[in-house]
Ligand binder design. Structure first.
Ligand code: NAD
Length: 466
Protein backbone atom coordinates (compact mmCIF):
# COMPACT_ATOMS: atom_id res chain seq x y z
CA UNK A 1 0.00 0.00 0.00
CA UNK A 2 1.26 3.53 -0.67
CA UNK A 3 2.59 5.42 2.37
CA UNK A 4 2.28 9.03 3.42
CA UNK A 5 5.05 11.45 2.48
CA UNK A 6 6.38 13.63 5.30
CA UNK A 7 9.69 15.52 5.23
CA UNK A 8 11.00 13.57 2.27
CA UNK A 9 10.30 10.16 3.81
CA UNK A 10 7.67 7.46 3.29
CA UNK A 11 5.79 7.35 6.58
CA UNK A 12 3.44 4.66 7.84
CA UNK A 13 0.67 5.21 10.38
CA UNK A 14 -0.16 3.13 13.42
CA UNK A 15 -3.82 3.07 12.48
CA UNK A 16 -5.41 2.49 9.11
CA UNK A 17 -8.90 2.75 7.67
CA UNK A 18 -10.76 0.84 4.95
CA UNK A 19 -10.78 1.91 1.30
CA UNK A 20 -13.73 0.54 -0.68
CA UNK A 21 -13.91 -0.36 -4.36
CA UNK A 22 -17.26 1.18 -5.38
CA UNK A 23 -17.63 -1.26 -8.27
CA UNK A 24 -17.88 -4.17 -5.80
CA UNK A 25 -18.30 -2.50 -2.36
CA UNK A 26 -15.40 -4.70 -1.17
CA UNK A 27 -12.72 -3.28 1.10
CA UNK A 28 -9.67 -3.64 -1.11
CA UNK A 29 -7.05 -1.61 0.73
CA UNK A 30 -6.09 0.04 4.00
CA UNK A 31 -5.03 3.68 4.04
CA UNK A 32 -2.84 5.30 6.70
CA UNK A 33 -4.73 7.28 9.33
CA UNK A 34 -2.47 10.25 10.11
CA UNK A 35 -2.35 11.43 13.72
CA UNK A 36 -2.31 15.07 14.80
CA UNK A 37 1.40 14.60 15.62
CA UNK A 38 2.00 13.52 12.02
CA UNK A 39 0.07 16.55 10.78
CA UNK A 40 2.29 18.73 12.99
CA UNK A 41 5.38 16.98 11.62
CA UNK A 42 4.23 17.57 8.05
CA UNK A 43 3.57 21.27 8.70
CA UNK A 44 6.92 21.68 10.52
CA UNK A 45 8.73 19.99 7.60
CA UNK A 46 6.95 22.26 5.12
CA UNK A 47 7.89 25.33 7.20
CA UNK A 48 11.58 24.32 7.20
CA UNK A 49 11.52 23.52 3.49
CA UNK A 50 9.88 26.87 2.70
CA UNK A 51 12.98 28.75 3.87
CA UNK A 52 15.05 27.35 1.00
CA UNK A 53 12.34 26.55 -1.58
CA UNK A 54 11.19 30.18 -1.75
CA UNK A 55 14.82 31.22 -2.42
CA UNK A 56 15.41 28.49 -5.01
CA UNK A 57 15.87 29.94 -8.48
CA UNK A 58 12.53 29.82 -10.25
CA UNK A 59 14.26 28.17 -13.24
CA UNK A 60 15.17 25.27 -10.96
CA UNK A 61 11.63 25.06 -9.62
CA UNK A 62 10.37 24.91 -13.19
CA UNK A 63 12.80 22.09 -14.05
CA UNK A 64 11.74 20.08 -11.00
CA UNK A 65 8.09 20.45 -11.98
CA UNK A 66 8.73 19.26 -15.51
CA UNK A 67 10.57 16.26 -14.05
CA UNK A 68 7.48 15.60 -11.87
CA UNK A 69 5.29 15.58 -15.01
CA UNK A 70 7.66 13.13 -16.73
CA UNK A 71 7.57 10.87 -13.66
CA UNK A 72 3.76 10.90 -13.63
CA UNK A 73 3.62 9.82 -17.25
CA UNK A 74 6.19 7.09 -16.67
CA UNK A 75 4.02 5.66 -13.87
CA UNK A 76 0.66 6.34 -15.50
CA UNK A 77 -0.41 2.70 -15.50
CA UNK A 78 -0.25 2.25 -11.75
CA UNK A 79 -1.81 5.65 -11.03
CA UNK A 80 -4.69 4.78 -13.38
CA UNK A 81 -5.15 1.43 -11.66
CA UNK A 82 -5.34 3.02 -8.18
CA UNK A 83 -7.78 5.66 -9.44
CA UNK A 84 -10.14 3.14 -11.05
CA UNK A 85 -10.15 0.89 -7.99
CA UNK A 86 -10.69 3.58 -5.37
CA UNK A 87 -12.96 5.95 -7.32
CA UNK A 88 -14.72 3.70 -9.83
CA UNK A 89 -14.26 5.80 -12.97
CA UNK A 90 -13.92 4.13 -16.36
CA UNK A 91 -10.37 3.34 -17.47
CA UNK A 92 -10.25 6.04 -20.18
CA UNK A 93 -11.48 8.67 -17.75
CA UNK A 94 -8.73 7.70 -15.29
CA UNK A 95 -6.23 7.76 -18.12
CA UNK A 96 -7.40 11.27 -19.03
CA UNK A 97 -7.05 12.34 -15.41
CA UNK A 98 -3.47 11.08 -15.08
CA UNK A 99 -2.33 12.48 -18.43
CA UNK A 100 -4.16 15.74 -17.71
CA UNK A 101 -2.40 15.97 -14.34
CA UNK A 102 0.99 15.65 -16.03
CA UNK A 103 0.01 18.18 -18.69
CA UNK A 104 -1.20 20.66 -16.06
CA UNK A 105 2.03 20.28 -14.06
CA UNK A 106 4.11 20.89 -17.17
CA UNK A 107 2.05 23.83 -18.39
CA UNK A 108 2.03 25.52 -14.98
CA UNK A 109 5.82 25.14 -14.79
CA UNK A 110 6.12 27.46 -17.80
CA UNK A 111 3.85 30.26 -16.59
CA UNK A 112 5.45 33.67 -16.07
CA UNK A 113 5.43 34.95 -12.50
CA UNK A 114 3.68 38.29 -12.04
CA UNK A 115 5.40 41.53 -10.95
CA UNK A 116 5.03 45.13 -12.08
CA UNK A 117 6.86 48.43 -12.06
CA UNK A 118 4.49 51.34 -11.46
CA UNK A 119 5.21 54.74 -12.97
CA UNK A 120 3.54 58.11 -12.46
CA UNK A 121 4.16 60.71 -15.16
CA UNK A 122 6.98 58.51 -16.50
CA UNK A 123 8.77 58.27 -13.15
CA UNK A 124 9.07 54.95 -11.29
CA UNK A 125 7.27 55.17 -7.94
CA UNK A 126 7.39 51.57 -6.90
CA UNK A 127 7.54 47.91 -7.71
CA UNK A 128 4.75 45.48 -6.98
CA UNK A 129 6.26 42.12 -6.18
CA UNK A 130 4.63 38.83 -5.27
CA UNK A 131 5.65 36.70 -2.30
CA UNK A 132 4.62 33.14 -1.49
CA UNK A 133 2.49 32.56 1.60
CA UNK A 134 4.57 29.80 3.17
CA UNK A 135 2.89 26.49 3.95
CA UNK A 136 -0.21 25.82 1.85
CA UNK A 137 -2.80 23.40 3.23
CA UNK A 138 -4.54 21.68 0.32
CA UNK A 139 -7.72 19.63 0.74
CA UNK A 140 -9.33 17.82 -2.20
CA UNK A 141 -12.46 15.75 -2.96
CA UNK A 142 -12.93 12.20 -4.24
CA UNK A 143 -14.30 12.77 -7.76
CA UNK A 144 -11.01 13.74 -9.49
CA UNK A 145 -8.49 13.11 -6.72
CA UNK A 146 -5.27 13.39 -8.69
CA UNK A 147 -5.96 16.33 -10.96
CA UNK A 148 -7.61 18.30 -8.15
CA UNK A 149 -4.39 17.78 -6.18
CA UNK A 150 -2.15 18.82 -9.09
CA UNK A 151 -4.22 21.99 -9.66
CA UNK A 152 -3.01 22.96 -6.18
CA UNK A 153 0.45 21.42 -6.00
CA UNK A 154 1.69 22.84 -9.33
CA UNK A 155 0.98 26.56 -8.74
CA UNK A 156 2.07 26.27 -5.10
CA UNK A 157 5.44 24.83 -6.09
CA UNK A 158 6.07 27.30 -8.90
CA UNK A 159 5.36 30.27 -6.65
CA UNK A 160 7.74 29.05 -3.92
CA UNK A 161 5.19 27.79 -1.42
CA UNK A 162 5.42 24.39 0.24
CA UNK A 163 2.48 22.02 0.62
CA UNK A 164 0.69 19.75 3.05
CA UNK A 165 -2.01 17.97 1.07
CA UNK A 166 -4.84 15.76 2.31
CA UNK A 167 -6.82 13.74 -0.23
CA UNK A 168 -10.40 12.66 0.40
CA UNK A 169 -10.58 9.68 2.75
CA UNK A 170 -12.48 7.80 0.01
CA UNK A 171 -9.70 8.17 -2.58
CA UNK A 172 -6.30 8.49 -0.91
CA UNK A 173 -4.26 5.87 -2.76
CA UNK A 174 -3.38 7.35 -6.17
CA UNK A 175 -2.45 10.62 -4.43
CA UNK A 176 -0.30 8.91 -1.78
CA UNK A 177 1.44 6.99 -4.57
CA UNK A 178 2.04 10.29 -6.37
CA UNK A 179 3.80 11.57 -3.25
CA UNK A 180 6.05 8.49 -3.21
CA UNK A 181 6.83 8.85 -6.91
CA UNK A 182 7.91 12.48 -6.56
CA UNK A 183 9.90 11.92 -3.36
CA UNK A 184 13.39 11.98 -4.88
CA UNK A 185 12.60 14.88 -7.23
CA UNK A 186 11.60 17.42 -4.58
CA UNK A 187 13.61 18.63 -1.57
CA UNK A 188 12.37 17.08 1.72
CA UNK A 189 9.29 18.82 3.12
CA UNK A 190 8.35 20.70 -0.06
CA UNK A 191 5.40 18.35 -0.73
CA UNK A 192 3.89 16.40 2.16
CA UNK A 193 0.86 14.15 1.62
CA UNK A 194 -1.06 12.75 4.56
CA UNK A 195 -4.25 10.68 4.56
CA UNK A 196 -6.93 10.50 7.21
CA UNK A 197 -10.65 10.32 7.75
CA UNK A 198 -12.56 13.61 7.93
CA UNK A 199 -11.79 13.95 11.68
CA UNK A 200 -8.31 15.32 11.00
CA UNK A 201 -9.44 17.99 8.51
CA UNK A 202 -10.47 20.63 11.11
CA UNK A 203 -7.05 20.30 12.79
CA UNK A 204 -5.51 21.03 9.42
CA UNK A 205 -7.62 24.09 8.62
CA UNK A 206 -7.05 25.44 12.16
CA UNK A 207 -3.29 24.81 12.12
CA UNK A 208 -1.38 28.01 12.89
CA UNK A 209 1.58 26.88 10.74
CA UNK A 210 -0.51 26.81 7.57
CA UNK A 211 -0.75 30.26 5.97
CA UNK A 212 -2.99 29.51 3.02
CA UNK A 213 -5.84 27.08 2.51
CA UNK A 214 -6.82 25.85 -0.91
CA UNK A 215 -9.92 23.69 -0.83
CA UNK A 216 -11.98 21.84 -3.43
CA UNK A 217 -15.15 20.16 -2.23
CA UNK A 218 -18.74 20.77 -1.28
CA UNK A 219 -20.15 24.17 -0.43
CA UNK A 220 -21.15 22.89 3.02
CA UNK A 221 -17.56 21.95 3.90
CA UNK A 222 -16.22 25.04 2.12
CA UNK A 223 -18.11 27.21 4.61
CA UNK A 224 -16.33 25.44 7.47
CA UNK A 225 -12.96 25.96 5.78
CA UNK A 226 -13.74 29.65 5.24
CA UNK A 227 -14.71 30.06 8.90
CA UNK A 228 -11.62 28.19 10.11
CA UNK A 229 -9.36 30.42 7.98
CA UNK A 230 -10.63 33.50 9.79
CA UNK A 231 -8.92 32.59 13.08
CA UNK A 232 -5.40 33.16 11.70
CA UNK A 233 -6.44 35.35 8.72
CA UNK A 234 -5.24 32.75 6.24
CA UNK A 235 -5.44 33.16 2.50
CA UNK A 236 -8.30 31.08 1.08
CA UNK A 237 -9.22 29.64 -2.30
CA UNK A 238 -12.48 27.69 -2.43
CA UNK A 239 -13.63 25.64 -5.42
CA UNK A 240 -17.07 24.42 -4.38
CA UNK A 241 -20.25 22.83 -5.66
CA UNK A 242 -22.29 23.74 -8.71
CA UNK A 243 -25.63 23.25 -10.43
CA UNK A 244 -24.62 24.00 -14.01
CA UNK A 245 -27.40 24.88 -16.46
CA UNK A 246 -27.13 24.22 -20.21
CA UNK A 247 -29.37 26.48 -22.31
CA UNK A 248 -30.16 25.03 -25.74
CA UNK A 249 -31.61 27.43 -28.32
CA UNK A 250 -33.97 26.25 -31.05
CA UNK A 251 -31.49 26.45 -33.95
CA UNK A 252 -29.00 23.72 -32.92
CA UNK A 253 -28.24 20.44 -34.67
CA UNK A 254 -30.15 18.29 -32.20
CA UNK A 255 -28.23 15.02 -32.61
CA UNK A 256 -24.81 16.64 -32.38
CA UNK A 257 -25.78 18.80 -29.41
CA UNK A 258 -27.32 15.81 -27.62
CA UNK A 259 -24.03 13.91 -27.87
CA UNK A 260 -22.03 16.78 -26.42
CA UNK A 261 -24.55 17.43 -23.66
CA UNK A 262 -24.69 13.75 -22.77
CA UNK A 263 -20.90 13.58 -22.50
CA UNK A 264 -20.78 16.67 -20.27
CA UNK A 265 -23.60 15.45 -18.01
CA UNK A 266 -22.65 11.80 -17.53
CA UNK A 267 -18.84 11.83 -17.55
CA UNK A 268 -17.58 10.19 -14.36
CA UNK A 269 -21.23 9.19 -13.69
CA UNK A 270 -22.13 12.87 -13.38
CA UNK A 271 -19.72 13.30 -10.46
CA UNK A 272 -18.02 16.42 -11.76
CA UNK A 273 -18.34 19.87 -10.21
CA UNK A 274 -18.88 21.41 -13.64
CA UNK A 275 -21.00 18.65 -15.18
CA UNK A 276 -24.26 19.76 -16.80
CA UNK A 277 -26.81 19.32 -14.02
CA UNK A 278 -29.97 20.75 -15.65
CA UNK A 279 -30.83 21.34 -19.31
CA UNK A 280 -33.18 24.12 -20.47
CA UNK A 281 -34.16 23.41 -24.06
CA UNK A 282 -36.35 25.51 -26.36
CA UNK A 283 -39.87 24.04 -26.51
CA UNK A 284 -39.62 23.60 -30.31
CA UNK A 285 -36.89 20.97 -29.99
CA UNK A 286 -37.55 19.65 -26.47
CA UNK A 287 -38.99 16.30 -27.53
CA UNK A 288 -36.38 15.70 -30.22
CA UNK A 289 -33.53 16.38 -27.79
CA UNK A 290 -35.06 14.09 -25.16
CA UNK A 291 -35.29 11.26 -27.71
CA UNK A 292 -31.61 11.68 -28.66
CA UNK A 293 -30.45 11.86 -25.04
CA UNK A 294 -32.51 8.83 -24.07
CA UNK A 295 -31.04 6.89 -26.97
CA UNK A 296 -27.50 7.74 -25.83
CA UNK A 297 -28.38 6.72 -22.27
CA UNK A 298 -29.60 3.37 -23.57
CA UNK A 299 -26.21 2.74 -25.22
CA UNK A 300 -24.20 3.24 -22.02
CA UNK A 301 -21.99 0.30 -21.09
CA UNK A 302 -22.24 0.01 -17.31
CA UNK A 303 -19.68 -1.81 -15.21
CA UNK A 304 -16.30 -1.78 -13.50
CA UNK A 305 -13.92 0.81 -14.88
CA UNK A 306 -11.24 -1.86 -15.10
CA UNK A 307 -13.13 -3.19 -18.13
CA UNK A 308 -11.94 -0.87 -20.88
CA UNK A 309 -15.24 -1.12 -22.80
CA UNK A 310 -17.20 0.39 -19.89
CA UNK A 311 -18.45 3.97 -20.35
CA UNK A 312 -20.36 4.44 -17.06
CA UNK A 313 -18.88 3.32 -13.75
CA UNK A 314 -20.44 3.24 -10.28
CA UNK A 315 -21.14 6.16 -7.99
CA UNK A 316 -18.06 6.54 -5.81
CA UNK A 317 -19.49 6.31 -2.32
CA UNK A 318 -22.46 4.80 -0.54
CA UNK A 319 -23.54 8.29 0.59
CA UNK A 320 -23.51 9.63 -2.98
CA UNK A 321 -25.37 6.55 -4.25
CA UNK A 322 -28.07 7.01 -1.58
CA UNK A 323 -28.34 10.75 -2.28
CA UNK A 324 -28.80 10.33 -6.03
CA UNK A 325 -31.42 7.60 -5.58
CA UNK A 326 -33.24 9.82 -3.09
CA UNK A 327 -33.29 12.72 -5.59
CA UNK A 328 -34.51 10.40 -8.37
CA UNK A 329 -37.30 9.02 -6.19
CA UNK A 330 -38.30 12.53 -5.27
CA UNK A 331 -38.33 13.41 -8.99
CA UNK A 332 -40.67 10.49 -9.69
CA UNK A 333 -42.98 11.69 -6.89
CA UNK A 334 -42.91 15.20 -8.38
CA UNK A 335 -44.33 13.86 -11.66
CA UNK A 336 -41.01 13.40 -13.46
CA UNK A 337 -41.12 11.11 -16.49
CA UNK A 338 -38.09 8.86 -17.01
CA UNK A 339 -37.32 8.90 -20.74
CA UNK A 340 -34.31 6.74 -19.84
CA UNK A 341 -33.27 5.05 -16.61
CA UNK A 342 -35.36 4.56 -13.49
CA UNK A 343 -35.21 5.63 -9.83
CA UNK A 344 -33.47 2.43 -8.79
CA UNK A 345 -30.06 0.83 -8.57
CA UNK A 346 -28.73 -1.49 -11.26
CA UNK A 347 -29.21 -5.08 -10.14
CA UNK A 348 -25.57 -5.98 -9.50
CA UNK A 349 -23.05 -5.48 -6.69
CA UNK A 350 -21.55 -1.98 -6.45
CA UNK A 351 -23.00 1.52 -6.40
CA UNK A 352 -24.39 1.48 -9.95
CA UNK A 353 -27.18 3.71 -11.27
CA UNK A 354 -27.97 3.73 -15.01
CA UNK A 355 -27.98 7.14 -16.75
CA UNK A 356 -31.43 8.71 -16.40
CA UNK A 357 -33.10 11.41 -18.51
CA UNK A 358 -36.05 12.98 -16.69
CA UNK A 359 -38.66 15.35 -18.14
CA UNK A 360 -41.80 17.05 -16.88
CA UNK A 361 -40.37 18.33 -13.60
CA UNK A 362 -41.33 21.64 -11.97
CA UNK A 363 -38.43 24.07 -11.38
CA UNK A 364 -38.92 23.48 -7.66
CA UNK A 365 -38.12 19.74 -7.81
CA UNK A 366 -35.06 18.89 -5.73
CA UNK A 367 -33.39 17.26 -8.75
CA UNK A 368 -33.47 20.72 -10.36
CA UNK A 369 -32.58 22.89 -7.36
CA UNK A 370 -29.94 20.69 -5.69
CA UNK A 371 -26.54 19.50 -6.90
CA UNK A 372 -27.23 15.85 -7.77
CA UNK A 373 -23.60 14.96 -8.60
CA UNK A 374 -24.81 11.79 -10.28
CA UNK A 375 -26.22 10.25 -13.47
CA UNK A 376 -29.73 11.78 -13.42
CA UNK A 377 -30.35 14.71 -15.75
CA UNK A 378 -33.51 16.86 -15.66
CA UNK A 379 -34.62 18.33 -19.02
CA UNK A 380 -36.77 21.48 -18.78
CA UNK A 381 -38.51 23.38 -21.55
CA UNK A 382 -38.47 27.16 -22.19
CA UNK A 383 -39.89 29.59 -24.75
CA UNK A 384 -38.35 33.04 -24.01
CA UNK A 385 -34.71 34.02 -23.44
CA UNK A 386 -35.46 36.38 -20.53
CA UNK A 387 -37.41 33.62 -18.83
CA UNK A 388 -34.66 31.02 -19.22
CA UNK A 389 -31.90 33.38 -18.08
CA UNK A 390 -33.86 34.09 -14.94
CA UNK A 391 -34.51 30.37 -14.29
CA UNK A 392 -30.86 29.45 -14.95
CA UNK A 393 -29.71 32.13 -12.48
CA UNK A 394 -32.22 31.11 -9.82
CA UNK A 395 -29.69 29.09 -7.80
CA UNK A 396 -27.26 29.76 -4.98
CA UNK A 397 -24.52 28.31 -7.19
CA UNK A 398 -22.48 29.99 -9.89
CA UNK A 399 -19.82 27.58 -11.05
CA UNK A 400 -20.30 27.21 -14.79
CA UNK A 401 -22.93 27.05 -17.52
CA UNK A 402 -23.27 26.67 -21.27
CA UNK A 403 -25.30 28.11 -24.13
CA UNK A 404 -25.87 26.18 -27.37
CA UNK A 405 -26.74 27.81 -30.70
CA UNK A 406 -25.46 28.11 -34.26
CA UNK A 407 -25.80 31.89 -33.80
CA UNK A 408 -22.62 32.58 -31.82
CA UNK A 409 -23.46 36.23 -31.26
CA UNK A 410 -26.83 35.32 -29.78
CA UNK A 411 -25.25 32.62 -27.63
CA UNK A 412 -22.54 34.94 -26.29
CA UNK A 413 -25.18 37.53 -25.53
CA UNK A 414 -27.09 34.98 -23.43
CA UNK A 415 -23.83 33.74 -21.87
CA UNK A 416 -22.96 37.21 -20.61
CA UNK A 417 -26.24 37.29 -18.65
CA UNK A 418 -25.52 34.06 -16.73
CA UNK A 419 -24.17 34.41 -13.18
CA UNK A 420 -21.41 31.83 -13.39
CA UNK A 421 -17.62 31.88 -13.27
CA UNK A 422 -17.35 30.16 -16.66
CA UNK A 423 -19.89 30.09 -19.46
CA UNK A 424 -19.07 27.88 -22.41
CA UNK A 425 -20.64 28.24 -25.85
CA UNK A 426 -21.35 25.04 -27.81
CA UNK A 427 -19.26 23.04 -25.36
CA UNK A 428 -19.31 22.31 -21.64
CA UNK A 429 -16.82 21.10 -19.04
CA UNK A 430 -13.75 21.88 -21.11
CA UNK A 431 -11.22 23.25 -18.61
CA UNK A 432 -7.88 24.39 -19.99
CA UNK A 433 -4.71 25.14 -18.04
CA UNK A 434 -4.60 28.55 -19.78
CA UNK A 435 -8.00 29.66 -18.48
CA UNK A 436 -9.09 30.37 -14.89
CA UNK A 437 -11.62 28.22 -13.07
CA UNK A 438 -13.47 30.38 -10.58
CA UNK A 439 -16.89 29.88 -9.10
CA UNK A 440 -19.08 32.81 -8.08
CA UNK A 441 -21.85 32.95 -5.44
CA UNK A 442 -21.81 29.73 -3.35
CA UNK A 443 -19.50 28.03 -5.85
CA UNK A 444 -16.31 29.56 -4.64
CA UNK A 445 -13.80 32.22 -3.77
CA UNK A 446 -10.71 32.96 -5.85
CA UNK A 447 -9.48 31.18 -8.95
CA UNK A 448 -7.43 28.20 -10.02
CA UNK A 449 -5.39 27.80 -13.20
CA UNK A 450 -3.55 30.11 -15.54
CA UNK A 451 -2.05 33.42 -14.44
CA UNK A 452 -5.13 34.04 -12.24
CA UNK A 453 -4.55 30.78 -10.39
CA UNK A 454 -0.94 31.71 -9.64
CA UNK A 455 -2.10 34.95 -8.01
CA UNK A 456 -4.05 32.82 -5.51
CA UNK A 457 -0.74 31.50 -4.17
CA UNK A 458 0.96 34.90 -3.94
CA UNK A 459 0.69 37.95 -1.72
CA UNK A 460 1.45 41.47 -2.87
CA UNK A 461 4.52 43.31 -1.62
CA UNK A 462 5.06 46.91 -2.70
CA UNK A 463 8.62 48.29 -2.65
CA UNK A 464 8.69 52.06 -3.03
CA UNK A 465 12.02 53.90 -2.81
CA UNK A 466 12.20 57.66 -2.09
P1 NAD B 1 -16.57 17.22 0.74
O1 NAD B 1 -16.77 18.66 1.02
O2 NAD B 1 -17.40 16.24 1.50
O3 NAD B 1 -15.06 16.80 1.04
C1 NAD B 1 -13.99 17.45 0.42
C2 NAD B 1 -12.76 17.34 1.31
O4 NAD B 1 -13.01 18.05 2.52
C3 NAD B 1 -12.37 15.93 1.71
O5 NAD B 1 -10.96 15.80 1.59
C4 NAD B 1 -12.78 15.87 3.17
O6 NAD B 1 -11.99 14.98 3.93
C5 NAD B 1 -12.53 17.29 3.61
N1 NAD B 1 -13.25 17.70 4.82
C6 NAD B 1 -14.26 17.08 5.47
N2 NAD B 1 -14.63 17.79 6.57
C7 NAD B 1 -13.83 18.88 6.60
C8 NAD B 1 -13.73 20.01 7.48
N3 NAD B 1 -14.51 20.15 8.55
N4 NAD B 1 -12.81 20.94 7.19
C9 NAD B 1 -12.00 20.82 6.11
N5 NAD B 1 -12.06 19.79 5.25
C10 NAD B 1 -12.97 18.83 5.49
O7 NAD B 1 -16.73 17.04 -0.82
P2 NAD B 1 -16.74 15.68 -1.65
O8 NAD B 1 -18.01 14.96 -1.36
O9 NAD B 1 -15.43 14.99 -1.43
O10 NAD B 1 -16.74 16.23 -3.15
C11 NAD B 1 -17.89 16.55 -3.86
C12 NAD B 1 -18.13 18.04 -3.87
O11 NAD B 1 -16.98 18.72 -4.34
C13 NAD B 1 -19.25 18.45 -4.80
O12 NAD B 1 -20.05 19.43 -4.19
C14 NAD B 1 -18.52 19.05 -5.98
O13 NAD B 1 -19.28 19.96 -6.74
C15 NAD B 1 -17.35 19.67 -5.33
N6 NAD B 1 -16.27 19.86 -6.29
C16 NAD B 1 -15.98 21.13 -6.72
C17 NAD B 1 -14.99 21.35 -7.67
C18 NAD B 1 -14.66 22.74 -8.18
O14 NAD B 1 -13.61 22.92 -8.79
N7 NAD B 1 -15.51 23.73 -7.97
C19 NAD B 1 -14.28 20.24 -8.17
C20 NAD B 1 -14.60 18.98 -7.72
C21 NAD B 1 -15.60 18.80 -6.77
Amino acid sequence: MPSMTIDGLCVEATDTYDVINPATTDVFAQAPQATEDQLDAAVAAAQRAFLTWRETDVAVRREVMVACAVRMRAHADELIDWLVREQGKPFVVAQGEVMGSARWMEFTAGLPLPGEVVEVDGVKVGEVRRKPYGVVGAIVPWNYPLISAVWKIAPALLTGNTVVLKPSPFTPLATLRLGELLLDLLPPGVLNIISATDDLAPAMTAHSGIRKLTFTGSTATGKKVFAAAAEHIKGVTLELGGNDPAIVLADVDVADTAQKIFAAAFANSGQVCSAIKRVYVHADIHDALVVELASLAGKAVIGSGLDETVTVGPLSTQAQFDKVLDLMNDAAEQGGVFAAGAPEAVDRPGYFIAPAIITGLPDTARLVTEEQFGPALPILSFTHIDEVVSRANDTPYGLSASVWSIDIEAAVSVASRIDAGTVWVNQHMKPRPQLPTAGVKASGVGAENGAWGLESFLQIQTIAVA
